[in-house]
Design a binder for this molecule. Structure first.
Ligand SMILES: N[C@@H](CCC(=O)N[C@@H](CS)C(=O)NCC(=O)O)C(=O)O
Length: 216
């Protein structure tokens, strides 16, 4: 039974799954896509070449939430990433919310910056920034007092929240008007496996097209 994990240490979606793997102490072979041979192999399994991807005994598992669900089902560790019942439904909702409305809106201004100037989409970037602020306001009003997204238990929602809020704050600051969300981001960054993900991405900060701020 072998797990091959394709990803990049500076990639937010890679970090989402690494947090789950490391927190569980799950053994895997890390195939960094900096190595062109690993990127080639990833492309054979992932139709759009998106990462991360997991190969479990050669069988591809794609999409971060599904990878975490797969790990929970087949390589279960001490953490229950998606609890049963109402709590699990809340975890799934928040996981979707962080991916779709925080992570993806954060990515839009970042990827726009690496396009040729003529191909840029100022309207789309402005809309993504506005949508990001809407996501922050929603979270400020609807997150509980924690410590984690659904309360005492660290779940898949926190795996999604950590890299998305980490990078989103670089793109569009959460700011002092959203103290609950800012405090949650700070708690996430202080969690040992999240801190490890941030540290392993640190050497690649020069890749951040908007310029990484000198903090975190
Ligand atoms: N919905 C996917 C998103 C994965 C994704 O967008 N990954 C980024 C890296 S953080 C990527 O592969 N970007 C390369 C590209 O868009 O070509 C998931 O949850 O796995």
């Amino acid at each position: 039974m072998s797990l091959e994990f394709f990803g990049h240490p500076f990639s937010s979606y890679t970090q989402k799954v690494l947090i789950a793997l490391w927190a569980d102490g799950t053994e895997f072979n890390y195939r960094m896509i900096e190595d062109p041979a690993n990127m080639e192999e990833l492309k054979r399994h992932s139709p759009y070449g998106l990462f991360p991807a997991l190969l479990d005994d050669g069988r591809p598992v794609l999409e971060t939430s599904i990878i975490i669900e797969h790990l929970r089902a087949h390589h279960r560790g001490p953490n229950d990433w998606i609890p049963e019942g109402e709590t699990g439904r809340r975890v799934r909702f928040l996981d979707r919310f962080f991916d779709l409305y925080v992570m993806n809106n954060m990515s839009k201004p970042v990827f726009d910056m690496i396009r040729a100037e003529d191909d840029r989409d100022p309207f789309g970037v402005q809309k993504a920034r506005g949508d990001l602020r809407t996501a922050y306001d929603y979270l400020e009003a609807n997150l509980g007092d924690g410590p984690w997204a659904v309360g005492e238990q660290f779940t898949m929602a926190d795996c999604a929240a950590a890299p998305s809020l980490f990078y989103a704050d670089w793109v569009e600051e959460i700011g002092p008007s959203r103290p609950r969300l800012a405090a949650y981001r700070a708690r996430l960054l202080a969690h040992p496996v999240v801190a490890r993900a941030v540290d392993e991405g640190r050497p690649f900060r020069g890749y951040f097209p908007l310029g990484a701020p000198d903090r975190d």
